[in-house]
Write a protein that binds this ligand. Structure first.
Ligand SMILES: Nc1ncnc2c1ncn2[C@@H]1O[C@H](COP(=O)(O)OP(=O)(O)OP(=O)(O)O)[C@@H](O)[C@H]1O
Ligand SMILES: [Mg+2]
Length: 273
């Protein structure tokens, strides 16, 4: 799909780690093309090792593609763009020796936000994720779900138009991630941000996404894109609808063969395939 106003344009992107012949050589991504529309939430889903994080890191300018280009807000990505993009990673993204609010402010320090604005912005984003009462706690004093809320608050406080989330709820139990998903849907519907969200959970993808991009086994490329035509914020009852079940089943069908291929690949051929 091509859109004039795409926030992110991925063009013929391939990536390999190492050189052919190296024992560690991996062809991670192959000829990937993707346009991410401004304001949409796009989920990336696919077998482990298919290149989802690699693609996210290239969009975020943390990694340069071996071939092809990535554009963000009509700029060619050559390095991180902290004014355009904020990241939320899976876990352990908080400094344990800083309180929650200090952790949130650190992101703004790196982005160069004036000191006079940092306190108000940190409190506003902590309020948005429901953590204002815990701003003086240390990460070790929080539950896993609360830590991820804090990491989200840090990303929100940067006020970027794009948010990249790499399995942000991946280390959490099913109930906690369900509630976080519901809260995220409400929160993000209000922000109008463009979000790329990597998940292994089919249900999470259908619940959150405007579109779900399904990756093939390695070398990864986008096998199919499924649209989830349901307004935001999504109601918790969406999960119990026939529409939700059908979309989840479609994703399961698309993914199943790729996951089996990926498992056989790693059992038979090792990483250098
Ligand atoms: N820095 C690196 N050096 C060498 N190989 C790497 C590096 N990072 C990733 N790879 C390899 O590239 C492939 C794609 O990795 P990537 O982390 O993008 O997969 P993923 O889809 O995010 O997987 P998961 O779902 O398990 O997080 C994997 O085979 C991985 O081993
Ligand atoms: Mg990953």
């Amino acid at each position: 799909m091509t859109t004039g106003d795409a926030a992110v344009k991925v063009r013929d992107v391939s990536h390999q780690f190492g050189e052919p012949g190296d024992p560690q050589f991996v062809r991670a991504l192959l000829d990937t093309n993707l346009d991410i529309t401004r304001g949409e939430l796009l989920c990336l889903i696919g077998p482990s090792g298919c290149g989802k994080s690699t693609l996210l890191n290239m969009i975020g300018g943390l990694l340069a593609p071996s071939a092809g280009t990535v554009e963000v807000n009509n700029k060619l990505v050559r390095a991180p763009l902290p004014r355009d993009i904020a990241f939320v990673f899976q876990e352990n993204a908080l400094f344990p020796w800083c309180t929650v609010i200090e952790n949130v402010k650190l992101g703004m320090v790196f982005q160069g936000v004036p000191k006079s604005e940092q306190d108000a912005r940190a409190k506003k984003s902590l309020e948005a994720v429901g953590l204002k009462d815990f701003m003086n706690h240390y990460p070790a004093q929080l539950s896993g779900g609360m830590r991820q809320r804090a990491a989200l608050a840090r990303a929100l406080s940067l006020e970027t138009s794009i948010l990249l989330m790499d399995e942000p709820f991946g280390a959490l139990d099913e109930q906690t991630r369900m509630i976080l998903g519901e809260d995220l849907s409400v929160l993000l519907a209000a922000t109008g941000k463009t979000i790329v969200f990597v998940t292994h959970s089919l249900g999470e993808a259908v619940f959150l996404a405007d579109r779900v991009a399904v990756f093939s086994a390695r070398p990864g490329h986008i096998k199919e894109i499924i649209a989830v035509d349901e307004p935001h914020p999504r109601k918790p009852s969406f999960v119990t609808t026939e529409k939700f079940g059908k979309l989840r089943n479609t994703l399961y069908g698309l993914l199943h063969d790729e996951i089996r291929k990926a498992v056989e690949q790693s059992a038979m051929a090792g990483p250098g395939s």
